[in-house]
Design a protein around this ligand. Structure first.
Ligand SMILES: [Zn+2]
Length: 141
């Protein structure tokens, strides 16, 4: 299971879930050990970018219920196969993540937020504030 350095909250948990599912699949079909193969690493990085930019932000519905189709067809199909194989196997390997995901799946899809609440937007805002605070402190000194 991998940890994202960009994502926070629900999105970080979702990233963990996706990476765990990819590890199960990659081990079985690409013969990888504890690390993902090159192709899967790239797909996971793609998934991370999509999570970071998801316009729902922390309110993101599960991907298979989402009305926005943000994946391109090719990675989407690869991810679909991974989910189909690893979904049922998650309950044994990572029961807490699996149950959380199943519960999440039952939630209603929220209205799409009108303001920018994506992880990326929040992350960049925080970085900007941090830089401004630092500047302000420096100017006081
Ligand atoms: Zn792989």
């Amino acid at each position: 299971m991998q940890v994202s350095e960009l994502l926070s909250g629900e999105l970080a948990t979702e990233f963990k879930t996706v990476s765990a599912m990819m590890e199960i699949y990659c081990k079985k079909y690409h013969g990888s050990g504890s690390n993902l193969c090159q192709n899967c690493r790239e797909l996971l990085a793609y998934a991370e970018t999509k999570l970071d930019r998801c316009p729902y932000g922390q309110k993101k519905p599960t991907c298979n219920k989402c009305p926005i189709h943000c994946y391109k067809p090719e990675p989407k199909e690869r991810m679909r196969l991974i989910m189909r194989y690893s979904g049922p196997r998650m309950l044994l390997k990572h029961p807490i993540l699996a149950v959380r995901h199943l519960r999440h799946e039952k939630r209603e899809v929220p209205e799409q937020p009108k303001v920018n609440v994506s992880n990326r937007h929040t992350r960049l805002e925080l970085a900007k504030q941090g830089a401004e605070n630092k500047k302000a402190t420096r100017e006081k000194e």
